[in-house]
Design a protein around this ligand. Structure first.
Ligand SMILES: O=C(O)CCC(=O)C(=O)O
Length: 200
């Protein structure tokens, strides 16, 4: 999944039926700090509804979607905004590491510890088969928990902090779900970007 340079310093979580690779601090300070502020300023953040069991509910965080290909998830189709400078900087840094060209990025802004992401798998039909999902986080550290789809008691937990890079590939989405729970401990913002390959 990774090129050799990155393999030497990253951590393969070695989960059964999954390929999850964690690379702490791919973006060190002060670059990560600058990117957090650029993304807060330059992304068109919105609170959008999604469909859950046919009902429209507001997402418990702000989101945005950029790239060249529309993306449908949770019953909502997002039309992309064009790539901008901070996004291209991040995209160009990660693409050669994972030998993948991404055509979309979903951004989540957790304004404070009350914002969260529910359990889900990134298994939408318009994601390219076999393509990885590459996640980059900036700002506040938040818990990222994976659980088996067939046995919710089997869980693996990571802290995703400022500048961290996580790659999910193989059968990860088929056998595992993930979420970012609420926390009383944090009042500060966190941005997560998931770079994706959307079928054309
Ligand atoms: O914020 C995160 O680390 C997870 C984001 C996520 O699960 C998603 O965008 O599908």
């Amino acid at each position: 999944m990774f090129d050799r340079t990155l393999n030497a310093i990253c951590q393969n979580l070695e989960l059964p039926n999954a390929e999850v690779i964690f690379y702490p601090r791919l973006f060190p300070q002060p670059e990560s700090h600058q990117l957090l502020h650029d993304l807060l300023d330059r992304i068109e953040w919105k609170q959008e509804p999604i469909k859950i069991f046919g009902k429209s509910v507001m997402q418990p965080r702000l989101t945005a979607y950029y790239g060249t290909q529309a993306y449908t998830y949770s019953g909502v189709t997002m039309q992309p905004l064009p790539w901008n400078e901070p996004l291209l900087q991040i995209k160009q840094e990660i693409e050669p590491l994972v030998n993948t060209q991404f055509n979309g990025v979903l951004l989540n802004l957790y304004r404070n510890g009350q914002d969260y992401m529910g359990w889900h798998s990134d298994d939408e039909r318009n994601l390219a088969k076999g393509a990885i999902i590459a996640s980059v986080s900036f700002g506040e550290t938040r818990r990222f928990i994976l659980r088996r789809r067939d046995n919710h008691q089997i869980k693996v937990e990571l802290n995703l902090g400022d500048g961290d890079f996580l790659v999910m590939g193989g059968d990860t989405q088929k056998f595992w779900q993930h979420h970012v729970p609420k926390t009383a401990k944090s009042n500060c913002p966190r941005i997560n970007l998931t770079f994706r390959v959307i079928e054309q």
